[in-house]
Write a protein that binds this ligand. Structure first.
Ligand SMILES: Nc1ncnc2c1ncn2[C@@H]1O[C@H](COP(=O)(O)OP(=O)(O)OP(=O)(O)O)[C@@H](O)[C@H]1O
Ligand SMILES: [Mg+2]
Length: 149
C-alpha cells in the first residue's frame, strides 16, 4: 500500500571531523533494523551503507545527517551533508580513488572503496553534489516483506 505508515522514520546528525564518535549513527541504525526483525543479510547491507556514508561525512564534510526510513518493502537511507562537495562524481565513484589526508588514513580509512561499496550494496543509488555546498546520497535496499513479523 502506498500510504502505509513507515515502520521507522528518523534522522541522526553527524558532526564533521568527530572521529571519536564515528560509527555511532550506523550502529544505532543497525540496532533499529534488528528490533524491526529484518533478515541479517539485509541488515548487513544497510549497516555497511550507513557506515560508509557516516564516515564520509565525518571525513569530508562540516556536518550532516543520515535519515533512515523503513517500510515493509524497503530500507531508504539518505546522507545529506554541508561541506566541500565532490568536484568529479565519476572519479569519486571509482574503486581506489581517494583524497583522504594523512589523519583520515591514520584512522584506517581512505582506501577509496566507500562509495563504490555503497553503490554495490544498494538496489537503488543516487548521488548529487555541489562544490562548496555539500553532498546528497540516497540509497534503497529492498527487503523481503514476507519475512517481517
Ligand atoms: N560526503 C562527501 N563530501 C565530500 N567528498 C566526499 C564525500 N564522500 C566522498 N567524498 C570524496 O570521494 C572520495 C571517494 O570516497 P570513498 O568513500 O569511495 O573513499 P574514501 O572515503 O576515500 O576511502 P574509504 O571509504 O575506502 O575509507 C573521497 O576520498 C572524497 O574525496
Ligand atoms: Mg569513504
Amino acid at each position: 500500500m502506498v500510504d502505509e505508515k513507515p515502520l521507522y522514520d528518523g534522522s541522526f546528525s553527524v558532526v564533521g571531523g568527530n572521529f571519536d564518535n564515528a560509527g555511532e549513527v550506523s550502529s544505532n541504525i543497525k540496532t533499529i533494523l534488528k528490533k524491526i526483525g529484518l533478515p541479517s543479510d539485509i541488515i548487513r547491507k544497510a549497516a555497511l551503507v550507513a557506515y560508509e556514508s557516516e564516515i564520509n561525512i565525518v571525513s569530508y564534510a562540516r556536518k550532516g545527517m543520515i535519515r533512515l526510513c523503513v517500510s515493509p518493502q524497503c530500507i531508504m537511507i539518505e546522507a545529506i551533508d554541508e561541506g566541500q562537495g565532490i568536484p568529479d562524481i565519476d572519479l569519486a565513484m571509482q574503486p581506489g580513488w581517494s583524497t583522504a589526508n594523512q589523519k583520515i588514513r591514520e584512522m584506517g580509512f581512505g582506501a577509496g572503496m566507500g562509495l563504490c561499496n555503497i553503490r554495490s550494496f544498494s538496489d537503488v543509488f543516487n548521488i548529487s553534489s555541489e562544490v562548496g555546498k555539500g553532498t546528497h546520497l540516497k540509497m534503497i535496499i529492498k527487503t523481503n516483506s514476507n519475512t517481517l513479523q
